[in-house]
Design a binder for this molecule. Structure first.
Ligand code: SF4
Ligand code: SF4
Length: 130
């Protein structure tokens, strides 16, 4: 193989980056800014969710099942059930939020979740006023 000095010195060009501003973030101390409209975790305003299961019906990935809640939370919730999301199936298409009649179901910007137990990816959306 022919020796070429410029190829041997090429790795040293990385030294010039030492004084540049880093392109990475020191996560989790520093987090990146959230983008408006980002599709992260589901949130559901339980005071307005009527338990209609439209979200479950429209989900093509069968990622939603309805689970029982205390009806005192919202007397207008006739079925007494709210959606629970399986994040092993969800593709964040947001169809479920589009068909929600009272607009109680939304996606928030928070999106980071790591776990070694697959059963913990059954997610009950946080109750959050929308
Ligand atoms: S975002 Fe899409 S895939 Fe996920 S639960 Fe809603 S409808 Fe289903
Ligand atoms: S989140 Fe919306 S679509 Fe789903 S059950 Fe509640 S009201 Fe119906």
């Amino acid at each position: 193989m022919k020796f070429e000095l410029k190829n041997s010195l090429a790795p040293l060009s990385a030294l010039s980056k030492i004084f540049e501003h880093p392109q990475t973030l020191c996560y989790p101390e520093v987090k990146s800014e959230t983008v408006s409209g980002y599709r992260g975790f589901h949130i559901n305003d339980l005071s307005t969710c009527i338990g209609c299961a439209n979200c479950q019906d429209v989900c093509m990935n069968e990622a939603i099942d309805m689970i029982a809640i205390d009806k005192d939370k919202n007397p207008k919730n006739n079925s007494g059930c709210i959606p629970r999301i399986d994040y092993g199936r969800c593709c964040w298409c947001s169809l479920c939020t589009d068909v929600c009649p009272p607009d109680s179901l939304k996606l928030e910007s928070e999106c980071i979740w790591a776990d070694d137990d697959a059963n913990r990816f059954l997610y009950q959306p946080k109750d959050k006023p929308c």
